[in-house]
Write a protein that binds this ligand. Structure first.
Ligand SMILES: [Zn+2]
Length: 666
């Protein structure tokens, strides 16, 4: 996987701007509230939040579809959540009656002279890439990725795209195209294909292999209809689209860019790419082909922004080879190289170097082994039959003849390098004289864990070579000068940065304007869900937003963990909880026994006797002021305990545990 979550520390889960709008469900679903979990993914977890109103009404007037444009300023962390709830309070249930308005119908009617491009994910983050091309009644989906969770999303496995917009347009989806086999482009497939009617999926041979393998782990997902393509393929989708492909370099083989031919001109989508003039085990990008694409005219160029902030040209993978080779030449003992399981070009490079220097290779880590097997089987990875050894054979290989390639160079908790550092890998133990090589730079945010990892490795007496000592990391993405080269080659009329945080898209766009390759009017920076409309006469970034929420995957649940659940998890993780159990006489509301307090993760009760006693007195005080005849007495009392005890505890401890009042009537 390419997980370069460089920046995304902005707590953006629920944009403060009109969240309910993004929630609106298509008109055709009106009245069919939540026919499946898929359609109303977040309705079910509200029960335990009794005082709050149900969060998402299944249908609202569709005019809400065009919402005010995003505010591009920084969004304060978590601030969106309260706004969200407030907003929901303002949307009473009665509104349901208004659903079937003519406006609503209009919004889902296809436009027959307009190309609509909607990036559902990947334009405000590095991850969960997905773009829709819509013309008339034809829709083509490009990529269906996942995004790894941020630190403030406890328990979340990953995040996928919101397909609400497609819900009433399933019969218009003509196909899905996947550009390459990284998780941020394929990760949503097992969860989302069924929701759009499991259309045919078109992709390269290697990507198809990786997708099929992953699909096996999701037994409930229906079998996929995959058709493989190559750079010569030409696909027709409905009456509107013809899609052609071109080979791109990246850090996984079999990656493609697309030319989407539409009635209003050609749109080029680069996918993830870099210019590599000397790639490992594959050919370079075909400049002649790019010239040919340019000759046909490029109306809009959508280009990878992941490394757009980095000046200059991207290193060639073979330049990395030169530096790694130096290490191979010098190291005397065992070599253990940590890398990304998704960076198959690097793995190929390491295996080729091992062969050159007479070393055997032991591959460790499940994802790495799987990717290697698939790509070798499909002919994308080349090595001699006896180069790879298993752990039993490895024990008989002299240290100076063994290279171990493994996962975990980012300090991932359960990956091989961390196990080696902790000395709890069953198969392999570190020893003095080993050399550990970090063959990837540290992703911002992972520095601390990587430092811990290094501590562990040095304690075993190992030598560590990491990227600061030697540049052994070439990214898989075009840098600024590469992007300018692509623009010079393709000469697009409009330029639309994709695949990156907002700031990366801006830097990408600004670089083109500064280089006078495009004018300010001809660059488009869109947010996730924002609709771009192109006709024969104009290309416009509209103010229309379609739903592009984070859909959280947690265990077997897809979309059933909402921001509300996450907020609870964060609160529990932050300050724990305090359960207040109050037993009262039903008729009089009188307290029957001393209130019970239970702390989990808040304070150690035995050591906080005074606080416990004071809190108990406080609860008693609240109960004195009672009116048991009031019909909402129970809720009233619980809210009062929650608010006042919360406030009291805050005053005493400056902590905000979750207060959980339990009322027992006898
Ligand atoms: Zn990629």
């Amino acid at each position: 996987m390419v997980i370069k979550n460089k920046t995304s520390r902005r707590g953006r889960q629920m944009p403060a701007t009109a969240p309910s709008v993004r929630r609106s469900f298509p008109t055709s679903m009106a009245g069919k509230a939540a026919p499946t979990q898929a359609l109303a993914p977040r309705q079910q977890q509200q029960q335990h939040q009794a005082p709050r109103p149900q969060q998402h009404q299944p249908a609202r007037p569709q005019q809400a579809m065009s919402r005010p444009p995003h505010q591009h300023g920084p969004r304060p962390q978590h601030s969106s959540a309260p706004a969200h709830y407030t907003h929901q309070h303002a949307q009473p249930r009665e509104r349901r009656a208004e659903v079937t308005t003519p406006v609503a119908k209009k919004a889902t009617t296809p436009k027959h002279d307009t190309l609509r491009i909607i990036v559902l994910g990947g334009n405000e983050e590095v991850g969960r890439n997905c773009t829709l091309f819509e013309y008339g009644t034809d829709i083509v989906v490009v990529d269906m990725g996942l995004q790894f969770p941020e630190e403030d999303m406890p328990g979340i496995d990953y995040i996928i795209n919101d397909f609400t917009y497609l819900q009433d347009k399933i019969d218009r989806v003509r196909g899905v195209i996947i550009t390459h086999g990284h998780y941020d482009h394929i990760g949503g497939i097992p969860h989302l294909m069924e929701r759009i009617g499991n259309p045919v999926l078109y992709t390269g041979v290697l990507t198809a292999g990786i997708i099929k393998k992953r699909q096996q782990e999701h037994t409930s997902a229906p079998p996929l209809k995959i058709q493989t393509i190559n750079e010569k393929s030409r696909l027709k989708f409905g009456n509107s689209f013809v899609v052609e492909f071109f080979h791109v370099n990246h850090n996984i083989p079999d990656s493609y860019g697309l030319v989407v031919k539409t009635p209003v001109g050609n749109v080029v989508h680069t996918g993830d790419f870099k210019f590599d003039h000397n790639p490992v085990n594959e050919k370079t990008m075909d400049i002649g082909r790019l010239n040919q694409i340019a000759a046909d005219g490029v109306r809009i160029l959508m280009a990878d922004s992941t490394n757009a902030e980095r000046p200059g040209h991207q290193l060639s993978e073979n330049q990395v080879g030169t530096e790694l080779e130096e290490i191979f030449r010098q190291v005397k003992g065992r070599m253990i190289v940590g890398t990304f399981a998704s960076n198959l070009s690097r793995v190929q490079l390491l295996i080729s170097l091992a062969e050159k220097y007479g070393r055997k290779v032991l591959v460790k880590g499940r994802s790495l082994t799987t990717n290697l097997e698939i790509s070798h089987e499909l002919g994308f990875m080349k090595f001699k039959p006896n180069t790879l050894v298993d752990i039993v054979q490895a024990k008989h290989v002299p240290d100076n003849k063994l290279t171990v390639i493994c996962t975990g160079a980012q300090g991932e908790k359960n990956a091989v390098l961390m196990r080696l550092a902790n000395g709890d890998d069953r198969e392999l133990q570190l020893k003095k004289g080993d050399t550990i090589i970090f063959s990837s730079s540290v992703i911002p945010g992972n520095e601390r864990t990587v430092q811990n990892l290094m501590d562990g490795l040095y304690r075993h007496g190992a030598n560590v070579i990491h990227y600061k000592m030697m540049d052994i990391h070439a990214g898989g993405h075009a840098r600024q000068e590469d992007l300018k080269d692509v623009v010079r080659l393709l000469k697009p009329e409009y330029y639309m940065p994709i695949e990156g945080n907002h700031f990366m898209l801006r830097i990408n766009a600004n670089a083109m304007v500064e280089a006078k390759l495009l004018s300010d009017k001809n660059v488009i920076v869109s947010d996730n869900g924002q609709v771009i409309e192109a006709t024969k006469d104009s290309v416009q970034l509209t103010k229309e937003m379609v739903p592009a929420e984070y859909i959280f995957v947690d265990g077997l649940g897809v979309g059933d963990v909402s921001e509300v659940v996450l907020r609870d998890r964060r609160q529990l993780a932050g300050d724990g909880m305090l359960v207040v159990i109050v037993t009262v006489r039903r008729k009089t509301g009188e307290l029957v026994q001393n209130p019970d307090l239970i702390s989990r993760g808040f304070v150690h009760m035995k050591e906080s006797k005074r606080l416990v006693e004071e809190t108990r007195q406080q609860v008693k005080k609240i109960l004195k002021d009672r009116d048991p005849k009031s019909p909402a007495y129970e809720d009233y009392l619980k809210n009062k305990i929650r608010d006042q005890i919360g406030e009291f505890v805050w005053r005493k401890t400056k902590r905000r545990p979750m207060i959980l009042p339990v009322l027992i009537e006898v």
